[in-house]
Design a binder for this molecule. Structure first.
Ligand code: IPE
Ligand code: IPE
Ligand code: MG
Length: 247
């Protein structure tokens, strides 16, 4: 029962502030049904709704969803087009629901690589949901952890060349401020669906001390109950950050 799980989350009190999700398994979900891959991506939209509603109900402040990676540009053109069409449809269809729920949407990644219609959809959804104060939803699109770090290095190098930055003064917080996620706390919990045990170039810097949770569910089958189960599992972990146990 989702309500029971939610009640247990609340009793435990230590709710992850920032949850990141690698939404994986859409293609396999479709293949098992003899459907084209894009059908799995469309079905995944329901799971996105479940995760957002679950995050809001549990009191998570930031939800970061990996929607399209740098490497996903290497997929067939038809699949890329379907995913971009889905992004546009999502921004249009869900906008009202998101505003009502108090969700602010930000799209992070190399957005300038998107086609003009998708870029416009991104601009609109960000503009219309601005100021939502219940949940910050980061949609990671055309995002890669290595590319993010390379881009940050380039930015800092340019500043140093202009004389605005002393290389000796660069520390972790300088670098953090040059990332797409500047100013946000690192994810406390990373969920990956479809039973894959890898990070696939996702938030390489930010995941340093994140707790990992692998769900066997394919993304379109991932329910609010599964989301709550991940949080409950997180609440049983002891986070040591390299120190010794407190107990
Ligand atoms: C996740 O599902 C969505 C994206 C990566 C865009 P996949 O499309 O990777 O589905 P599988 O892993 O092939 O089943
Ligand atoms: C990671 O899934 C990217 C997204 C969920 C957007 P992939 O399906 O692209 O990753 P690999 O290829 O299995 O590592
Ligand atoms: Mg995959």
């Amino acid at each position: 029962m989702p309500a029971d799980l939610l009640a247990r989350i609340k009793v435990n009190a230590r709710v992850p502030r920032h949850v990141a999700v690698i939404m994986d398994g859409n293609g396999r979900w479709a293949r098992r049904r003899g459907l084209p891959r894009h059908a799995g991506h469309w079905e995944g939209m329901k799971a996105v709704r479940e995760a957002i509603e679950g995050a809001c109900a549990a009191g998570v402040e930031i939800l970061t969803l990996f929607a399209f990676s740098t490497e996903n540009w290497k997929r067939p053109r038809s699949e890329i087009d379907a995913l971009m069409g889905l992004l546009q449809a999502y921004a249009e269809k869900e906008q009202e629901r998101l505003v009502r729920a108090g969700v602010e949407v930000r799209v992070l990644g190399e957005v300038d690589r998107l086609d003009p219609l998708s870029r416009e959809a991104v601009r609109r959804i960000e503009e219309r949901t601005r100021g939502g104060s219940v949940l910050l939803l980061n949609l990671m699109v055309s995002y890669g952890g290595r590319e993010e770090l390379v881009r940050a290095a380039r930015k800092l190098a340019a500043k140093a060349r202009e004389g605005c930055l002393d290389p000796e003064s660069i520390d972790a917080s300088t670098l953090e401020r040059a990332l797409f996620t500047a100013g946000l706390p690192d994810p406390d919990l990373l969920v990956r669906t479809s039973g894959e045990f890898r990070v696939s170039n996702f938030m390489l810097w930010q995941l340093a001390y994140t707790e990992l949770y692998i769900s066997p569910a394919l993304w379109p089958d991932f329910t609010r109950e599964d989301f709550y189960a991940a949080i409950l599992d997180y609440q049983r972990r002891e986070r040591r950050f390299g120190r010794v146990s407190a107990g």
